[in-house]
Design a binder for this molecule. Structure first.
Ligand SMILES: Nc1ncnc2c1ncn2[C@@H]1O[C@H](COP(=O)(O)OP(=O)(O)OP(=O)(O)O)[C@@H](O)[C@H]1O
Ligand SMILES: [Mg+2]
Length: 255
């Protein structure tokens, strides 16, 4: 069954056309990668799906419902979580509180409960902490959960961001360059983590420049170049596609 359906997506910033007709779909628990050179429009596509940017044209549907015009919070509530190319953790909050913030968005609590510390409030707080610890275990966080997020090494901060996205219990997770800045061993762990997330039944759209990782983990790959979709297929098809090779190597390298 199709979970996400992006059709003829178009996005312009004034005269600059960042996305020029992008169509792809993602099935339940499927891993689809979106690749392409710098500035191809990959992050912009995530921003359109998650309601950060308003597309100039096309349609986006999730589970049969249009996402057009929905705010980021409504998209998240519908079941789509994301991570950011440039980490967006609350640096001065503890690691645990960063992930708790993910669950808090979902659990029902009133201001009244919070002010009076009602039993319901204490129950929800305990549930949030338990969930946050569960997801930090799941992503394999090694560092101290009570220290400020900004004090963790970069690779660990990436895990925290994924844990926070998972705490929202999404059906679809959008990962924007999760392996950027990671060393070889950390990349191998990221590959394993992506597969374990999918094994939970969560679909994944992955933006990634590391071709080894993309080729190993993806069921399907969509290739963007200057905002245009130049390929969509299985890894072995895309790898051999002349238009893709051209986009990556550039015509001047043949001169
Ligand atoms: N808010 C914005 N205002 C104006 N132009 C933008 C904006 N966001 C993105 N762009 C432009 O849209 C194009 C696509 O950018 P985008 O960030 O989507 O590329 P990308 O494929 O994610 O690249 P990278 O691999 O470098 O992250 C670029 O030309 C970029 O400068
Ligand atoms: Mg980007």
């Amino acid at each position: 069954m199709t979970l996400l359906e992006v059709s003829e997506l178009r996005l312009a910033f004034g005269g600059l056309v960042a996305i020029d007709g992008l169509s792809f779909s993602v099935g339940e628990a499927e891993i689809v990668s979106v690749i392409g050179p710098n500035g191809a429009g990959k992050t912009s596509a995530f921003n359109c799906v998650t309601g950060f940017y308003r597309p100039t044209g096309g349609t986006i549907a999730f589970d049969g419902q249009s996402l057009l015009g929905k705010r980021p919070s409504a998209v998240a509530a519908a079941g789509i979580s994301r991570t950011f190319q440039n980490l967006r953790l609350f640096g001065e909050l503890s690691v645990l509180d960063n992930v708790r913030a993910g669950s808090h968005l979902r659990l029902k609590q009133s201001v009244f409960d919070a002010l009076l510390h009602t039993p319901r409030y204490r129950r929800t707080e305990r549930a949030c902490t338990a969930e946050a610890n569960h997801w930090l275990d799941f992503v394999g966080l090694r560092g101290d959960r009570y220290s400020e997020a900004r004090n963790l090494p970069y690779g660990e901060q990436r895990r925290v961001e994924i844990a926070r996205a998972l705490a929202r219990e999404p059906r679809l997770l959008l990962l924007d360059e999760p392996a950027a800045g990671l060393n070889h061993a950390e990349k191998t762990e990221m590959l394993d983590l992506i597969r374990r997330i999918r094994d939970l039944g969560i679909a994944i759209v992955l933006i990634e420049h590391d071709m080894g990782l993309v080729m190993q983990v993806s069921e399907r790959i969509v290739v963007l170049n200057f905002g245009k979709e130049i390929a969509d297929g299985r890894p072995e098809e895309v790898r051999r596609d002349p238009a893709v090779i051209e986009a990556y190597l550039g015509s001047d390298t043949h001169a």
